[in-house]
Design a protein around this ligand. Structure first.
Ligand SMILES: [Zn+2]
Ligand SMILES: [Zn+2]
Length: 146
């Protein structure tokens, strides 16, 4: 584990695994480990030295970005809201997919997709094409195609 800081936005992040990519989840900048003298215990910054650390190490670095520093929480909140929205969207898409692959007749989800090749073969050899053209799903439970 390593307690790291972002020179750009001032975020302090605890990385649980050494193999984790050490980038800031706020501004995506590479983070660096906090020097040991500022730590209390192994994984938390010494509360009394935190101010000093921020002003000496973060605010003086050439990468420091005052805007990011001031708006860090806001940015993170916005990011997680966007993430939630994406997740919700993904879930809606999945539900939609599940919905259309249920049989409209009996509601079974035991569905086969009728492929293009399958339809062409039907046309030539079985003469069943007329009823199958334009249909892409077949219910394995009741035989309905749609
Ligand atoms: Zn950052
Ligand atoms: Zn069915």
């Amino acid at each position: 584990m390593a307690l790291c800081y972002c020179k750009k936005c001032g975020r302090i992040i605890l990385f649980l695994f050494d193999k984790d990519e050490k980038i800031c989840d706020c501004c995506k900048y590479n983070v660096e480990p906090i020097p040991k003298q500022f730590l209390s215990g192994e994984f938390s910054i010494n509360a009394e030295l935190k101010e000093k650390f921020v002003s000496e190490y973060i605010k003086t670095s050439p990468e420091f970005d005052q805007y990011l520093f001031d708006h860090r929480e806001e940015i993170l909140t916005k990011q997680s809201a966007e993430f939630d929205a994406k997740m919700a969207h993904g879930k809606a898409v999945l539900e939609e997919q599940n919905r259309v692959t249920k049989c409209p007749s009996c509601g079974s989800s035991n569905i086969s997709r009728i492929g293009v090749i399958n339809r062409v073969v039907s046309t030539h050899f079985l003469g069943l094409a007329s009823s199958k053209i334009g249909k892409t799903h077949k219910c394995n439970n009741c035989g309905t195609t749609w």
